[in-house]
Design a binder for this molecule. Structure first.
Ligand SMILES: Nc1ncnc2c1ncn2[C@@H]1O[C@H](COP(=O)(O)OP(=O)(O)OP(=O)(O)O)[C@@H](O)[C@H]1O
Ligand SMILES: [Mg+2]
Length: 151
């Protein structure tokens, strides 16, 4: 459990998490949960920028997937807010997005996802900041957690 006092703490946390991940992020899946405004997109944007993307990181709410082909690794920023089941997930080409990191907002829209994911970050409102809980879901996700000494 980690308290993120303000937006810059969320950004710093995203940078730290990326620094613990392998250079090649192919096949990794990170789930970002939390209610409206909890900071999922702030976290995703910070991680994408930390991986070398310069410029805007538009919301994938309507496009569902925004790809970033970065020298380090491809990152797919995915927003399932408008998705209602696993069938739609197949339709958006989920299976083909395995050559990069899948960073998924609103993963609970497709409940089967947690079985395929490596890490789950849950953000919640706490006073004027946010509380962050990071969990390892796969073996390599758990290994990363052990290596990640949260204060
Ligand atoms: N640790 C934090 N403390 C306080 N405010 C924060 C923190 N992290 C992000 N914010 C702020 O929360 C607001 C909402 O953030 P963001 O858009 O990332 O949320 P979201 O979870 O993606 O929301 P949505 O579900 O609507 O897409 C932004 O104004 C952002 O600056
Ligand atoms: Mg968002």
């Amino acid at each position: 459990m980690l308290f993120l006092a303000d937006e810059s703490a969320t950004i710093d946390f995203a940078r730290r998490l990326l620094s613990k991940m392998p250079q090649d992020l192919a096949g990794w899946t990170v789930l970002l949960s939390g209610e409206l405004g909890a900071g999922k997109s702030t976290f995703a944007r910070a991680l994408i920028r930390a991986a070398g993307h310069e410029g805007p990181v538009p919301s994938p709410t309507y496009t569902l997937v925004e790809p970033y082909l970065l020298p380090r690794s491809t990152i797919y920023h995915i927003d399932l807010y408008r998705v209602s089941d696993e069938e739609e997930l197949r339709y958006l080409g989920w299976e083909e997005l395995d050559d990069g990191l899948r960073l998924v907002e609103w993963p609970d829209r497709a409940p089967g996802l947690s079985a395929q994911a490596d890490l789950a970050l849950t953000l919640a409102y706490e006073s004027t900041g946010r509380r962050a809980e990071l969990r390892g879901l796969s073996e390599r996700g758990e290994a990363l957690m052990r290596d990640f000494d949260l204060p």
